[in-house]
Write a protein of this length. Structure first.
Length: 349
């Protein structure tokens, strides 16, 4: 905080009488105050030294009151602090890190206007509405974490930011013939370790992390089921296996060299190597889907089969919230119609 004289766009010390540029008498007083949240300087220009002192005293009083009552205390905001917590408590912390580094880091995320600008730039660049929503939720979550842990004392700048609703129904799936062709190719693919991972994803709809982290201790051949440990919703979940998935496990057991069901060639956790193999496979056969889309593929074909209701699908996918499963509800139209026709059979005379 400071008071200075200004003329010709240049600040002068108070003891200076005339402008060093034009030689005029100095009559404009400038009060400069640093915003602790953004580290930017704010200025106020007045015509008398007395008024300048009054404004300066008001700023000082406000600062003292804020320090006393924590009304505007800044605290320590750092995405690194949040990420340290997320690594210990959040399965998808890596997604948070990638989104923050790609869309938020280096941008003005300290104000509502700055955050709106980040979202607008993403929208203008052609990012899908779902991606824009993910980024907004991430920024809001990071601020809320700081506030809850008494590391940030301002209001969350994401408050009252609302984005347009969007249709999140799943459509990016393979047709039945395309799925059959992919399975046929994988059955003959010489890279058996990668092929088995993909086949298991097609037959079970499990997430990539759940598949790669699966250990033999979590496979029950007697009950034809697997248990996924610490899933995305934070709990251990068991899922039944169909015959196709069991055949994948049997083949994997024959080449097993590790506690992992789908290990790397050295028996270690198979992550980077698999990602590389998946990318090469997509280029080779012209696939445009993500691995996670195999999960959508699994769910979509079950939903449209006329044999699976939305609640059974929720159980198979391991969703904690039915709203996640409702993304596939538009594929259940025939199921709903067939269910409605049951009343005709029940009360026929």
């Amino acid at each position: 905080m400071s008071i200075s004289l200004r003329c010709c766009g240049k600040d002068h010390k108070l003891r200076v009488k005339k402008c060093v540029i034009c030689g005029s008498n100095l009559v404009k007083y400038v009060i400069r105050v640093k915003d602790q949240q953004t580290n930017r300087w704010c200025t106020k220009t007045v015509n008398s030294y007395k008024l300048a002192k009054e404004i300066e005293n008001k700023f000082k009083t406000a600062k003292i009151e804020n320090n006393l009552f924590d009304k505007k205390k800044i605290g320590t905001f750092s995405f690194v602090n949040y990420l340290t917590y997320a690594k210990l408590h959040k399965k998808t912390w890596h997604d948070d890190q990638l989104r923050w580094n790609k869309h938020v880091e280096g941008q003005n995320f300290h104000t509502k206007q700055g955050i709106l600008q980040i979202l607008k730039q993403m929208d203008d660049s052609g990012y899908k509405p779902a991606t824009v929503h993910h980024v907004l939720r991430l920024i809001r979550r990071v601020y809320n974490w700081h506030i809850q842990n008494s590391l940030f004392f301002q209001d969350n700048p994401c408050n009252n930011i609302k984005l347009k609703k969007y249709d999140n129904r799943v459509n990016n799936i393979l047709s039945k013939p395309e799925t059959v062709n992919l399975i046929s190719y994988l059955n003959d693919w010489e890279n058996r370790r990668s092929a088995l991972v993909i086949l298991f994803g097609i037959y079970t709809g499990r997430r990539k992390g759940e598949i790669l982290e699966l250990r033999w201790d979590n496979v029950n051949f007697e009950q034809n089921s697997i248990t996924c440990i610490n899933t995305k919703n934070g709990s251990n979940q068991s899922f039944p296996l169909n015959r196709s998935a069991l055949s994948v496990l049997i083949e994997s057991k024959e080449i097993s060299i590790s506690q992992y069901v789908f290990p790397s060639s050295t028996g270690n956790f198979y992550y980077n190597g698999f990602n590389l193999a998946w990318s090469r496979l997509k280029k080779r056969i012209g696939l445009t889907i993500r691995f996670h889309d195999l999960r959508h593929n699994f769910a979509s074909h079950l939903a449209s089969s006329k044999r699976v209701d939305i609640y059974t699908l929720k159980k198979l996918l391991g969703h904690k919230d039915i709203n996640l499963t409702l993304r596939y509800a538009h594929l259940l139209d025939n199921v709903v119609k067939n269910a409605n026709d049951v009343i005709d059979d029940m009360f026929q005379i």
